[in-house]
Design a protein around this ligand. Structure first.
Ligand code: NAP
Length: 544
């Protein structure tokens, strides 16, 4: 006789539920398990990988150098991995690396896959969380640790009539595992963020025709992506300790930093030499290692923006009619995320590729044949690709029903004002820990592996401290949280980020409260703030 599938499952008990099996989730599960906790991982995907599991669209790859996008909590793991094949790794290699790490550390047995957390409710009388899943699980846990990723809640239902489309509708963040044949097809692409750019430049050579719907174009820098050989890989392994230290001590968690002196102390000619050198480097260094002043001073922003616009115009010199649509003019360089690219602009020089300027003729709805724009035109497609971004930072958390003390709802509270204590905890939600959440560099302004591991490590250390001291519950006080939010806002509001509209400010999600999601004070500063909390014995946190 088979078991009754509708029978209620018995409540399971553990010490920590870790949601997510991406970079942060794997690091957290490993470290908590090492401290002797009984850990239950939960992952919506069928396997580990997080970002690199879900995003398997054509051309998907890192914008961080592979040798720094690594796990630093285990040298044994680093030594055992074959090492990077190229400077900016492609999705299949990135997913393979996470598979290797999960198997090497034997983390998969800790996880329930194909399972999504529906709710997590805190019970003040026991100091524990009850977590439920879409598979009917009920898990009673002391700690609820969200490693759900800051870019994991895709904006998929954006347009009226989306379900009526007769062709194939694809979302980049939910790209099918089986091969999608675009050869000779009429393809529409919506979105020119880091994702759209990678898709467009990759599929341009194979599609029959492509129309790209462009709202606000982005500044770009060209990717220089040499292959690595055995000698390179040996060198990376040798430099483990050095790189581990370096990425944790820079502004953005990369191995480069703002070391060019002060913008105001230099002549325009001196600064242009710096721009040219960093442009040629072919990484994100022009953005994250030129001058910090570009984020705060209009004249500095305008100068570097003009430099990049000039480079883009040069590449489109045969098509000045495209400049208005493809070259940004309403924000400064680096104020929105800068994508690396390889032949993105040149794709538009192909006779079968068209850019639709959505400021002039925006998308009004999706119809069975394709996309209808405000001029009444129907753009017909076989395949429509939505590269329309994410409800970043907060979206993965608010899509679960998380309730803290007195039944307060995170979704409701963050619907009015998104507040955290260093992006690690939220006042009112004891024993809830978050990674990649708002108000930490991990929300955007960071090489993700650096910041996520730093947060995962802090959480593991904090839980270890509590267990050593026989403490059961931790929660930041309201004063501590208010002070962090005020500090964050003080820097953010003096920056140019706050004067623009992008997912960095939450403005891509209708009704989302406006605040810079990522802490802009730098990884090194943030890390010190986290260390200071530990060293003070968690001053500003209520422990019982
Ligand atoms: P995104 O940067 O938010 O881009 C979404 C795109 O959709 C934007 O161009 C947006 O235009 C457009 N869009 C939204 N609604 C639209 C509408 N109604 N009509 C026309 N266009 C519309 O999302 P993403 O490209 O997925 O990137 C998100 C982040 O993921 C990146 O910033 C990056 O941090 C990360 N990422 C990293 C890599 C990498 O490392 N290589 C690759 C991909 C993504 P507007 O901007 O004008 O609203």
């Amino acid at each position: 006789m088979s078991a009754n599938p509708t029978a209620a499952k018995a409540t399971q008990t553990c010490d920590a539920v870790v949601v997510g099996a991406g970079v942060a989730g794997l690091a957290e599960t490993y470290q908590l398990r090492k401290k002797g906790l009984k850990v239950q991982g939960i992952e919506a995907g069928s396997d580990v990988g997080g970002t690199w599991y879900w995003n398997r669209y054509p051309g998907c790859r890192f914008d961080s150098q592979t040798e720094i996008y690594q796990f630093w909590f285990s040298q044994e793991l680093h030594d055992a991995w074959e090492g990077p094949r190229e400077r900016f790794g492609a999705q299949p290699d990135n997913e393979r690396w996470l598979q290797f790490a999960a198997n090497f550390l034997d983390l998969k047995p800790n996880y329930k896959f194909d399972t999504r957390v529906e709710s997590a409710h805190y019970d003040e009388s026991t100091g524990r969380w009850l977590v439920t899943t879409d598979k009917g699980d009920k898990i009673d846990t002391q700690f609820f640790v969200s490693c759900t990723g800051m870019l994991s809640a895709p904006m998929t239902d954006l347009f009226k009539g989306q379900k009526t489309f007769k062709g194939q509708l694809l979302t980049t963040a939910r790209w099918p595992r089986e091969k999608v044949d675009l050869a000779g097809k009429k393809v529409g692409v919506v979105g020119v963020g880091a994702t759209g750019i990678q898709v467009i430049q990759t599929i341009a050579p194979v599609v029959g025709s492509m129309e790209v719907f462009v709202l606000n174009p982005n500044y770009i820098t060209p990717m220089r992506n040499p292959k690595y050989n055995d000698a390179d890989r040996a060198e990376f392994k040798k430099r483990f300790a050095e790189t581990q230290k370096q990425v944790n001590s820079t502004y953005a968690g990369f191995d480069y930093d703002f070391t060019n002196g002060k913008w105001h102390d230099q002549t325009p000619e001196e600064r242009h030499k710096v721009y040219e050198r960093l442009w040629a480097d072919g990484s994100l260094s022009l953005w994250l290692a030129a001058y910090t002043e570009i984020f705060f001073f209009k004249e500095a922003s305008e100068e570097i923006s003009a430099f990049v616009r000039g480079k883009m115009q040069e590449r489109l010199k045969s098509r000045p009619d495209l400049w208005e649509t493809l070259i940004p003019s309403n924000h400064g360089f680096g104020i929105h995320r800068v994508p690396l690219e390889s032949g993105y602009l040149e794709a538009f020089l192909q006779p079968n590729v068209t850019a639709v300027n959505c400021h002039k003729t925006g998308i009004t709805e999706i119809v069975p044949e394709g996309v209808k724009t405000s001029d009444g035109k129907v753009h017909e497609f076989d395949v429509l690709i939505l590269a329309t971004g994410f409800d970043a930072g907060s979206g993965a958390l608010t899509r679960m029903d998380i309730r803290g003390r007195d039944g307060r709802s995170l979704k409701e509270e963050w619907g009015k004002d998104i507040r955290t204590t260093l992006g690690l905890q939220v006042h009112g939600y004891p024993n809830l820990f978050t990674t990649g959440a708002p108000l930490a560099p991990a929300a955007a302004l960071c090489n993700m592996t650096t910041c996520l591991q730093q947060q995962a490590g802090w959480i593991a250390d904090t839980i270890g401290y509590m267990r050593d001291k026989g403490l059961k519950v931790i929660e930041p006080t309201k004063e501590t949280e208010d002070a962090w939010v005020e500090h964050h806002d003080g820097i953010s509001n003096s920056s140019l980020f706050a004067k623009s509209n992008s997912w960095y400010m939450g403005s891509n999600v209708p009704g989302k409260p406006r605040r810079l999601l990522s802490y802009p004070g730098g990884v090194h500063t943030y890390k010190k703030a986290c260390e200071d909390i530990k060293e003070s014995g968690y001053k500003g946190f209520a422990l019982s």
